[in-house]
Design a protein around this ligand. Structure first.
Ligand SMILES: Nc1nc2c(c(=O)[nH]1)N[C@H]1C(S)=C(S)[C@@H](COP(=O)(O)O)O[C@H]1N2
Ligand SMILES: [Mo]
Length: 197
């Protein structure tokens, strides 16, 4: 039954919507806690842990190859949105700027405001992942994570960190905010990896 904010997928899109998900008509905002305000001038991005430590500025990111991305987005609270248009920097291009120790198998994403989420290196390094600074041809709105967020389309969106400001490279898995609070450590939507057992 079609609702005001959520629709059952039609036949064309049905096969792109993971089990138990509904299509959102708008682009909902899902934030735990306060929304941090950061200008691009003060924005800084750090890498640490099993990596040569480095601090990157906004202009460092703008100097990397810029690309358009069209990606699906699946929130564990059961809304999905298909074909969102973003612009930003591929994770694999970003990774050419940093020297990671091969012993690193896991990554902790850190954000302004203190949110964290963990991701395995193999899931992080996928070709379709990107840092986004533009949504639908406009600067990424602050509520959607502006000035910069990560987007990991193949995993539930709690791993797509908004206001991202750092990556910690780890030798072992460590749990981020929602993962410590009962969400699944990986969060693959097609397998409905919603909660930890
Ligand atoms: N820093 C931060 N990133 C976050 C969150 C958050 O609360 N803080 N929420 C996550 C969740 S649960 C989802 S579904 C998506 C929502 O992104 P949106 O608000 O742009 O729709 O952001 C993810 N990234
Ligand atoms: Mo979410």
């Amino acid at each position: 039954m079609p609702g005001k904010f959520f629709n059952k997928p039609d036949q064309d899109t049905a096969e792109r919507v993971p089990p138990g998900q509904y299509l959102a008509t708008g682009f909902p905002i899902l934030t735990y806690g306060e929304t941090p305000q950061i200008s691009t001038q003060e924005w800084e991005f750090k890498v640490w842990g099993l990596v040569t430590p480095k601090t990157l500025t906004w202009s460092d990111f703008m100097a990397m190859p810029q690309q358009e991305f069209t990606a699906d987005f699946h929130c564990v609270t059961r809304w999905s949105k298909l074909d969102i248009k973003w612009r930003g920097v591929k994770v694999t291009d970003f990774m050419k700027q940093v020297e990671v120790n091969p012993r690193a198998v896991h990554v902790m994403e850190h954000c302004y405001g203190g949110y964290t989420t963990n991701i395995a290196m193999a899931d992080f390094l996928r070709e379709e992942n990107f840092f986004a600074h533009t949504l639908l041809d406009e600067p990424l709105p602050i509520d959607h994570g502006g000035p910069m967020r990560l987007v990991v389309p193949h995993i539930y969106a709690w791993k797509s960190a908004k206001w991202i400001n750092g990556l910690e490279f780890l030798e072992h898995e460590d749990l981020g905010f929602w993962e410590r609070n009962g969400y699944h450590t990986r969060g693959e939507p097609w397998a409905e990896e919603r909660y930890s057992d």
